[in-house]
Write a protein that binds this ligand. Structure first.
Ligand code: ATP
Length: 707
């Protein structure tokens, strides 16, 4: 075995030397070629291709490939081994592949074939290709040096399948401040999602650490490769919960050679659609309010304005109100510019209802106003006496201003105020929904009316109203939309994004067990699938968790069970680490400092102290500083994540991960045995890759915690 490994290593070192030499030669050749700057279209295209090849060669030089696949297609004689890399590279003279792009159809075998007697198959434009896999080999190259060779399948030695060994080696590595690509270890169940056709809204329920975010990013890279004629990076968009999370994931797409994809939060996007017509109340204050430790459980607060404002019923209510509004925009009076110059109400209505009917309401208003102004100019031209004309013009303008004031209000925010004020009494709100319309609903908005301040739960409705009133305002529709942490999205948000998307191409990913924003998120994925047509969605479930050790996953699963159960518990990969520690403390900061000092700096690069609330985190950071430990305190306004030691409230840690996590405030009052609080503690615990510790003070440990 030892000898075999050594000869495989020697073989691959030779191969690497050969490939590197060919690549250098290719690059030199391309660099020497004259760069075309003329106007001939064909020549321009050829130059573009050459430039892409130059760039690919330059970026692939250091690590040209990460895998080898020996595949024999049925009916052909065995071809040479295929080397798979992040970028495809062709031999300039022969056009033969030197390195295959990981997204190419044949490369899918590397991910999907896991052994067994059944023939290996993959799909490509020519149909299904069948054959035999002889070898699957992982190859680690760093800075042009071969570091590791691991055979994950060999038909000569079936017992030696070592998929797990290589995966474990990768999972055991330390984390810095950025998420990374996983091209060399994509698992079969993840590969199926990544390579799914573009024409569906995929809903992916995945346990914590199952790779949802990572898979979504790889899927974007795949779609851009597979549908390069139809999809464009700048027409794709990723929605993530906050800017810090966006910063954390920002490294993956460039690693995969993909740029230009829009990345934002729903709030930022909606405010942009609204052209900043409204302002958002300080979201960090809202969050602090929601996640404060209270006497009643959150579950009792579930029927909140947010649930109603995020519902499809509310969306339909707005549509119905607006349909009615169009009938009432115009008054029934004529416009009398001056005596004898009268534009009848019927003519104005004719323009509004018929000629400009295909425009959105606000545009219709603008067009009709412009038309009246044109009519007025013509009428004035007929007045010969310049003095009288001047006098009439003055009068007509004043009257026009007054006349337009009698038209119904159609500005977004004002319409929203008007509509929401009527919701409780309106016949348009179905009876069964009335009880969900919160009593303080309109009042809250009216209170903030002067400052035009709204809550984030008002944004979907406002953005939708703007869309109905003004149309898409020249915005290009999205080719694909990724929604991460989608369990915290409302059906209204998704339905709205659907309107801004070309063909319903979505990747919607989340975990119901991490649905900590009970006041706005969904309870079941069905709430989203029902927004699309029968054959327009696909559902995937990821159960394997790759982030944390077995000990951490088992501990976290029990939190969910103790909190009232979870529909789906995570299955860990077989990666064992330290036992989870639970420590009572007189002073939490002293205990946390003790744990921090005991961490092995070589094994732990990123650490988080996760507190229950923002207030408790501020306190912890202060106390730790007194112990001589400096940490970055992360808050809701944070735009970047710098790694190192962080103190962060549980609700903001979602989506992030750290080598070691210390959960503070693990006491019985901070985390009670209720589903919503179990979810929050679950989120906190599952942020840890290698080490997890819990600290509590002030009496009893949380009933969610296994001692
Ligand atoms: N196939 C894989 N090979 C190697 N690492 C993987 C694989 N899949 C996931 N991971 C790693 O597991 C970790 C979790 O991935 P990711 O953050 O994408 O999961 P998630 O499902 O979005 O998690 P959460 O819902 O808890 O935020 C990351 O470190 C990622 O690199």
């Amino acid at each position: 075995m030892e000898g075999k490994t050594q000869s495989a290593f020697a073989e691959e070192r030779l191969q690497l030397t050969k490939t590197a030499a060919v690549m250098e030669e290719q690059l030199e050749l391309l660099e020497q070629m004259h760069r075309y700057t003329g106007h001939d279209f064909t020549e321009q295209l050829l130059e573009e291709t050459r430039e892409i090849r130059r760039q690919n060669l330059k970026s692939s030089r250091q690590e040209p490939y990460f895998a080898r696949l020996d595949f024999e297609e049925n009916g052909t004689t065995a071809t040479g081994p295929l080397y798979i890399g992040k970028k495809g590279i062709e031999h300039e003279a022969t056009n033969k592949p030197l390195v295959i792009d990981w997204r190419a159809p044949v490369a899918s075998l590397f991910y999907s074939f896991t052994g067994g007697d059944a023939p290996a198959t993959y799909e490509c434009p020519e149909g299904t290709i069948e054959g035999k896999v002889h070898l699957k080999r992982n190859i680690v190259i760093r800075k042009q040096e071969l570091e590791r060779v691991v055979d994950t399948y060999s038909d000569e030695d079936e017992g030696a399948a070592a998929t797990d060994e290589f995966l474990l080696y990768r999972l055991g590595e330390n984390k810095d401040n950025k998420l990374r690509d996983i091209v060399s270890t994509i698992q079969a169940e993840q590969d199926r999602i990544i390579r799914s056709p573009r024409d569906k809204a995929l809903i992916i329920q995945g346990v914590a650490g199952s790779g949802k975010t990572t898979v979504a990013l790889h899927r974007l890279a795949f779609l851009l490769y597979q549908y390069r004629e139809q999809m464009r990076a700048e027409r794709m968009i990723i929605f993530a919960p906050n800017r810090m999370f966006l910063d954390y994931i920002s490294g993956v797409l460039p690693e995969l050679g993909v740029g230009d994809i829009q990345q934002t939060t729903f709030n930022d996007w909606a405010l942009e659609v609204l052209e900043n017509e409204v302002k958002l109340v300080d979201a960090s204050k809202e969050l602090e309010h929601w996640f404060a430790v209270k006497d009643e459980s959150w579950d009792e607060q579930a029927l909140t304005p947010g649930r109603f404002k995020g519902s499809v019923a509310f969306m339909q209510y707005l549509e119905a109100c607006l349909a009615g509004l169009a009938d009432h925009v115009l008054p029934d009076t004529d416009y009398e510019a001056w005596e004898m110059a009268i534009l009848p109400a019927a003519t104005i209505r004719e323009w509004f209802d018929k000629e400009y009917a295909h425009y959105p309401l606000m545009k219709r208003k603008e067009r009709v106003t412009a038309r009246i102004e044109r009519w007025l100019t013509m009428e004035l031209e007929q007045v010969r006496d310049p003095n009288r004309r001047k006098e009439f013009k003055k009068k007509a303008n004043a009257r026009l201003k007054a006349y337009l004031k009698t038209w119904a209000e159609t500005r977004t925010y004002e319409v929203y105020l008007e509509i929401t004020a009527r919701a409780k009494e309106s016949d348009l709100v179905p009876a069964e929904l009335k009880e969900f319309v919160p009593a303080q609903f309109a009042q809250e908005l009216t209170d903030g009316a002067k400052s035009r301040k709204v809550r984030e739960e008002d944004l979907p409705a406002l953005a939708y109203l703007r869309y109905i009133l003004y149309g898409d305002e020249g915005r290009t529709r999205f080719d694909h939309v990724v929604i991460d942490e989608a369990q915290d999205f409302s059906p209204f948000q998704v339905a709205l994004l659907r309107k801004f998307t070309r063909e319903g191409s979505f990747s919607i990913l989340g975990d119901l067990s991490q649905g900590i924003h009970a006041y706005k998120g969904i309870r079941q994925w069905q709430e989203f699938t029902s927004l699309f047509g029968e054959n327009e969605t696909g559902y995937f479930q990821l159960e394997q968790s790759y982030r944390s050790t077995m000990e951490i996953i088992e501990f976290a699963n029990e939190v969910l069970v103790r909190g009232g159960g979870a529909p789906l518990l995570a299955v860990p990969v077989f990666r064992s680490g330290r036992q989870v520690g639970v420590y009572p403390a007189e002073r939490q900061s002293a205990e946390i400092a003790r744990i921090l000092r005991g961490l092995d700096p070589a094994a732990v690069k990123t650490t988080a102290v996760i507190g229950r609330t923002a207030a408790s985190c501020r306190e912890l950071a202060r106390e730790l500083a007194k112990e001589g430990i400096e940490a970055s305190l992360l808050d809701a306004k944070q735009a970047t994540y710098g790694g190192g030691l962080s103190v962060v409230p549980a609700y903001l840690a979602k989506g992030l991960e750290f080598d070691a996590v210390i959960v503070a405030d693990a006491d019985a009052r901070s985390y009670r045995a209720a589903p919503a609080e179990a979810k929050l503690l679950y989120v906190a615990c599952t942020r840890a890759l290698h080490e997890l510790h819990l600290v509590y003070s002030g009496g009893e440990v949380s009933p969610l915690v296994r001692l």
